[in-house]
Design a protein around this ligand. Structure first.
Ligand code: FDA
Length: 283
């Protein structure tokens, strides 16, 4: 059964770039930066992976042509990581060639634990070649993360820190929310102290307040990091960040393959389910 897009429209900016563009412009006009995510995951054949690379390249070009203040966020499983590592690397480098030529930025999202090591390795190889044009995401809930963060900080990588969105078993991921927050704070400390510009992705007030207080106590300028949130969530808070002098970036997903992303947002927070149910019954 094909679900109607109307269900997802709170969290997904449209099914095409043209749908998403006016929403991005509106946010840019409020001095909120964007990262655009063309939705999809786990491509299993080369034809689709090739098409995805073309679509990502088109997306970079369209952002440039439209003059949007937006980076892009990508998933390696959409570029053939399940098919062949060398092929995926070629695809990633093709995309990064375009990003470098146009002075743009590509962030590699972090997926489930089957891909953590490969993602870090491919990022590291890309970082050696493309430097400031590529970044990675690290998930605070993984037991391995403290070590990864230290290594990435040492490298001078551009890291987005998030809690982690996938269902992972207890031997790989912390299950208790307070402990995930502790890990998040530890990772963020390392990033704030050792990297140029960490990206702090969360909607959680406890973490946001902690970051603000930590930065203030340690004389870390507001310009030296940014807060990131997902499209459709807490936009008023993002506007307040800008008013208070913090940098803010919204992750804006779009595309026809919105269902897995939409499902993760619903599983994460019961209020999101109520929201969707209420829109179903509105005329
Ligand atoms: P969480 O959902 O844990 O909520 C904690 C508390 O925050 C709530 O109890 C409430 O108090 C407050 N809160 C949350 N939402 C709120 C709302 N809408 N309004 C008011 N209060 C609210 N994951 C991943 O695995 N790989 C990735 O690459 C990324 N990338 C990414 C980018 C960006 C920009 C973001 C914001 C997130 C990701 N994630 C991700 C997802 C991330 O791992 C995580 O699943 C979600 O951000 C949910 O965790 P939070 O810390 O945001 O709050």
């Amino acid at each position: 059964m094909k679900l109607p897009f109307a269900l997802a429209k709170r969290f997904v900016a449209g099914e095409s770039f043209e749908d998403a563009k006016p929403k991005v412009e509106k946010l840019n006009n409020k001095e909120i930066k964007i990262t655009l995510d063309l939705l999809g995951e786990n491509v299993e054949d080369r034809e689709t992976a090739d098409e995805t690379v073309e679509s990502y390249i088109d997306l970079l070009k369209s952002i440039n042509a439209a003059g949007l203040d937006s980076t892009i966020s990508i998933k390696l499983t959409m570029m053939g990581l399940d098919i062949d590592r060398a092929y995926c690397k070629d695809n990633l480098f093709q995309l990064l060639d375009v990003a470098r030529d146009n002075d743009q930025f590509v962030r590699i999202d972090m997926e489930g634990t089957d891909y953590t090591q490969e993602t870090i390795d491919l990022f590291t190889e890309a970082f050696e070649e493309y430097g400031k044009h590529v970044g990675i995401v690290i998930q605070a809930y993984l037991h391995r993360t403290k070590e990864d963060i230290d290594e990435l900080a040492e490298l001078g990588a551009d890291v987005r820190i998030c809690k982690g969105a996938y269902n992972e078993p207890a031997d790989l991921a912390i299950q208790d929310m307070d402990k995930i927050r502790e890990s998040y704070k530890e990772c963020t400390k390392v990033l704030l102290e050792k990297t140029d510009y960490p990206r702090i992705a969360t909607h959680d007030d406890e973490l946001i307040d902690w970051v603000k207080a930590y930065a203030k106590e340690n004389d870390i300028d507001k310009e030296c990091f940014e807060f990131q949130m997902l499209y459709g969530l807490r936009q008023d808070t993002m506007e307040e960040f800008v008013e208070d002098g913090y940098n803010a970036r919204i992750y804006v997903p779009f595309g026809t393959m919105w269902f897995p992303y939409f499902k993760r947002r619903l599983m994460e927070r019961k209020e999101n389910i109520w929201f969707v149910l209420s829109t179903m019954f509105k005329k």
